[in-house]
Design a protein. Structure first.
Length: 94
């Protein structure tokens, strides 16, 4: 399952997700940003940043795996939140 959408991610979100990985190459990070934030096609983002396509594809997979783990954690957190109680309405004294 793909969690990240080309051209639809914020720079801040992408930066945080990358921090969950071992991706350290600035060229690959820029290519990922060009793809996920700016909306360039994957092949164009890799080419513009002089990143071999195979390395870019590996970084995309690494990032998707980290994002999947993050999304799963968010789901678990939501399951353990206390249920909100509906407020009790007071009957007005008329």
């Amino acid at each position: 399952m793909r969690y990240l959408v080309q051209g639809c991610e914020s720079a801040e979100r992408l930066e945080i997700l990358i921090s969950f990985t071992d991706i350290s190459s600035e060229d690959i990070k820029q290519a990922l940003s060009d793809h996920y934030v700016m909306g360039l096609k994957a092949s164009t983002a890799a080419e513009v940043n002089k990143v071999p396509r195979q390395n870019f594809n590996r970084a995309v997979q690494t990032l998707e795996n980290a994002t999947a783990r993050h999304e799963r954690l968010k789901e678990l957190d939501l399951q353990h939140l206390p249920k909100k109680k509906k407020p009790v309405r007071q009957k007005s004294a008329s």
